[in-house]
Design a protein around this ligand. Structure first.
Ligand code: ADP
Ligand code: ADP
Length: 208
């Protein structure tokens, strides 16, 4: 089994691209951010531990994340490969992952910091199906979300103050991980500061 990692700063478009690409690869999208938010909502022990880190834009401790992923990868739908979105975010997470599964491609979506704040502060999500939209850049269609039951949802950490902290965390703790994957020869950097369709096409051509 070989799997894909979508890598990049908060708001780079990892989730947006993952939702478009899973249909082509057949790999399920595994987002540690989504898993953690579900755990916070359900007030599980993991959620209770993660909540304050997430509110401050800090990383949740590696061991919590590694255990979460190890459990998730035991599910049947993960047997032939998965698409990670927002994981791994540190070198220890990547090292732990390498002992469980093989990564074939790391797609790094590159977006300058000044574009990130605007993307994050305008992000909206359908609370029913999880489709990601943007107030200006990717508006909800006039006839509503394709799931038929659009409910607008916004993340509590999608505000300017927490975004600045998430960007700092990204530059200090996550971007050093690029070298780890560059050294393995599987790192593909793409320009994420352009049209969503163009980015999807480039990712699909890399994967083929
Ligand atoms: P991430 O998963 O990397 O945090 P998202 O996929 O949630 O990022 O995208 C963040 C926000 O930016 C969303 O509101 C999304 O609609 C918007 N977005 C994604 N890709 C682009 C793009 N290429 N151009 C403009 N806006 C985008
Ligand atoms: P983003 O839109 O910033 O890419 P995510 O939804 O991926 O956001 O993550 C939201 C928050 O969840 C992060 O700010 C962090 O606190 C936590 N988180 C998500 N994935 C990880 C991870 N792999 N390691 C540590 N913390 C994580």
């Amino acid at each position: 089994m070989s799997s894909i990692v979508l890598f990049g700063p908060p708001g780079a478009g990892k989730g947006t691209q993952a939702q478009r690409i899973t249909g082509h690869t057949g790999y399920p999208q595994i987002s540690t951010g989504d898993m953690l938010r579900a755990a916070v909502t359900a007030a599980t022990p993991v959620g209770l531990e993660a909540k304050s880190f997430m509110e401050q834009g800090l990383l949740v401790p590696d061991q919590v994340i590694i255990d979460l992923i190890a459990d998730r990868l035991k599910h049947d739908d993960a047997k032939s490969g998965v698409m990670f979105d927002g994981f791994p975010r540190t070198v220890p997470q990547a090292q732990a992952l390498s002992s469980i599964i093989q990564i074939s491609h790391v797609i790094a979506i590159d977006v300058p910091d000044d574009a990130i704040v605007e993307r994050i502060c305008g992000r909206i999500t359908c609370g029913t199906c999880g489709t990601v939209y943007h107030e200006r850049f990717q508006p909800v269609p006039k006839d509503g979300c394709s799931c038929g039951n659009y409910v607008e949802s916004r993340r509590s950490d999608d505000n300017e103050e927490v975004v600045r902290s998430r960007l700092e965390t990204y530059h200090s703790q996550t971007s050093p991980l690029a070298d780890y994957y560059i050294n393995k020869g599987i790192f593909h950097k793409i320009d994420g500061h352009r049209n969503i369709d163009e980015i999807t096409s480039e990712i699909l051509s890399i994967l083929s």
